[in-house]
Design a protein around this ligand. Structure first.
Ligand code: C5P
Length: 215
């Protein structure tokens, strides 16, 4: 596991330098937050899935170092953003569907991938199993969320980790900042992940001083 992560980050690893990292989740609580400056001071910026920057720069910042996604949540990335693919499902199923039908799940395969090959990483399934066994402990219907996976990825590769955009908004809604409808609650509703368990683990990490959690 650690060999995988180590190899993954070795190109930019400098032990004399304390690397700071921000994990930007997609929670609706980011809308109107004006967190851009707080987010942008970090060395690494992790985003995920259908995170949108255009139109939300003031709230979510502009840079991205790593963008984590699974085949169904794939979007076209800007050049120089490292793509981290999470193999939640057998990849050959996705590849067959992408090649024959041009879709993965309900989503069209994004075109215009500009990432050079050394910017594309595939997260080891062993890392997902480690999170599922040791952190979320098999809560949730299937597997840990992309956000919680990104948080663990950051904890294992950075010295200081800040977290934005996790959790419900002040009204208790679990929507995304890019959505107009704040009652959609898509992240929580599917129960694929256990949002409550992940959120309480995140709060505990903050309480123990392992991460800085911004609400
Ligand atoms: O829903 P999506 O997977 O795009 O969101 C990315 C991550 O942001 C989630 O995995 C979750 O960790 C976090 N999120 C959240 N609260 C929300 C929406 C997303 O904590 N309301």
């Amino acid at each position: 596991l650690f060999t995988v992560l180590w190899t993954l980050t070795a190109d930019v690893w400098d032990p004399s330098h304390c690397r700071t990292c921000v994990v930007v989740g997609n929670s609706g609580q980011l809308k109107g937050s004006s967190h851009r400056l707080l987010i942008e001071i970090h060395d690494w910026m992790l985003r995920m899935n259908r995170a949108k920057i255009t139109g939300f720069e003031l709230d979510v910042g502009m840079r991205t170092t790593y963008h984590l996604m699974y085949p169904e949540s794939a979007v076209t990335l800007r050049p120089n953003v490292h793509l981290v693919l999470i193999p939640f499902k057998p990849l050959w199923t996705c590849i067959t569907s992408a090649l024959h039908f041009g879709v993965v799940g309900h989503w069209p395969v994004p075109t215009g991938l500009r990432q050079p090959q050394y910017h594309v990483l595939i997260l080891s399934p062993a890392f997902l199993k480690y999170i599922h066994d040791n952190w979320t402990q098999h809560h949730g219907r299937r597997y840990p969320s992309t956000g919680f996976t990104a948080l663990l990825f950051a904890l294992h590769t950075c010295q200081q980790v800040s977290v934005f955009g996790f959790g419900a908004d002040s009204e208790g809604n679990w929507h995304h900042y890019r959505e107009k409808n704040c009652w959609s609650g898509a992240f929580c509703r599917t129960r694929v992940h256990d949002a409550d368990v992940e959120f309480s683990l995140t709060k505990r990490l903050a309480h123990k001083g392992r991460i800085v959690f911004y609400k």
